[in-house]
Design a protein around this ligand. Sequence first.
Ligand SMILES: C[C@H](O)CC(=O)C(=O)O
Ligand SMILES: [Mn+2]
Length: 343
Amino acid sequence: MSTRKITLHDMTLRDGMHPKRHLMTLEQMRTVAQGLDQAGIPLIEVTHGDGLGGASVNYGFPAHSDEEYLSTVIPLMKQAKVSALLLPGIGTVDHLHMAHELGVHTIRVATHCTEGDVSEQHITAARKLGMDTVGFLMMAHMNDAAGLVKQARLMEGYGANCIYVTDSAGYMLPEHVTERIAAVRQALKPETELGFHGHHNLAMGVANSIAAIHAGANRIDAAAAGLGAGAGNTPMEVLVAVLDRMGIGTGVDVWKIQDVAEDLVVPLMDFPIRIDRDALTLGYAGVYGSFLLFAKRAEKKYGIPARDLLVELGRRGMVGGQEDMIEDTALTMARERGLKAAA
Ligand SMILES: C[C@H](O)CC(=O)C(=O)O
Ligand SMILES: [Mn+2]
């Protein structure tokens, strides 16, 4: 067994909210969170798919508020800590205080990979509260290694004790991950932790996570049965089995996490999380994972195949926060093709 310890961070109840259209019930949250806790997962993320304050016309209204989800899950945890995602501009410092009061241990302040400077206020506030504070650089394939180093240093300078390279589009191949993680690892203080968040659109979730670990990452995100945006996140139960075979310690029980995936998470899926042609196109064209259902909806409404729309969104370089542009782009394409919207 290697002496290196990897912290696995579960995404089922946050990234998994995207394919659930943010409509998980409190009972589903409770059951899955307890299963993950009993399997030994040390850190579990809980919020709207777009983080604290995500409830909106743009991102979708959830079945319950972040307060309800967090106050349902946190008191039940025997060993796991709970994290919350926060995108400045969506989540506010008030949301951060609310999360802290409810017992959230880790706050992950997420920005586009070229906009780390917008995280200063939230990272500073979280550090003042003594929280485990993470800077989360999304769509990391859209910045090169040197650019990510700059952004990571900014976030570290504001007080983040961990920085994430986030493959939101599931676009990266292992060599892209290795190059970026190694460069960021070298640039940060040795005590600053480094994480990787993968999506499985090109079936690279596990391979990319292993590449990240080899290049110096020590926190890795994954979701039980892969429940997450697009073709899902790195499947947790597969990652745990592979790391166990590699002799890398995670503290997670190989069998129990399989049972969580199979018995608790697969049954709550609204559709199978798989690499269908649209999810594959996200990875191939480098498109933000949570655009998938928006594109599928636009296909029904305007008759533009989701795949064509996703390719165009990738060509236009659309990023998280530009969800309204999906409809706009579909309308433009429908007009160009002489199509009429479905009644
Ligand atoms: C708000 C996004 O879903 C955050 C994330 O998980 C990603 O960028 O990937
Ligand atoms: Mn994600």
